[in-house]
Design a protein around this ligand. Sequence first.
Ligand SMILES: [Zn+2]
Length: 238
Amino acid sequence: MNHTSFQLDTSIIFQDTFYFFEIKNFEGDYCYRADRFETINGKVIMNPLDQIKRSHTLLLQLLQKLGYHIAVDASVVFVSPEFFLYQAPKDKPIYYPNHLNRLMRRLNNESSKLSEWHKSLADKLISLHQVESAYSNVKIPTYDYKVLRKGNTCCICHSFSCSVCNGKVICADCGHVEGVESAVLRCVEEIRLLFPGMKMTTNGVFEWFGISDSKKMIRRILNQNFNSIGERKLRYFE
Ligand SMILES: [Zn+2]
């Protein structure tokens, strides 16, 4: 709309109302202060209410332009039971995990007769769906295997401060614990994404993973998850 794009995570068309929901997977403790969302340490984060406000306006403009007159109801839904918001505002369109059952019931009980008009609206919106993300225009910097920092990063906070202990990878920064196999497989995915032409070898994954002193363990995980091709020094995995 107006040469700018907006995203609707989930939308449901009812007879008189177009609902859309901004879905957030936030985990942990947050605080609502002076119309802002902050982490418990006071770091200001993107305010989901601002996001839906923007999407709401753009959607209304789009519907108007397309000639569809229907009320729009936008809300933010926090889905993780691990999420908690201190000083949560009462008067904002937000659903918390404890509300989800009630929200479902309410939507299920809302009577709604849909016509061809609604279907044509849905079809129209689907036809305007953009698969390409805003990121596709971003120029990726050139990079070289040799100069990149090696080492597993935490799957939650992306810290390099991870170590292996008893088959688990432990992050020293956020405390997250991940099975070593899952961490090694994430490394394999990274190598595949960053270096599509590179052969997947035990040595390569060992070096990229960087926090294990056991090549045997890396080889075992690769053997269990991929087909090995070739013998000994020339062996690689696909
Ligand atoms: Zn972490």
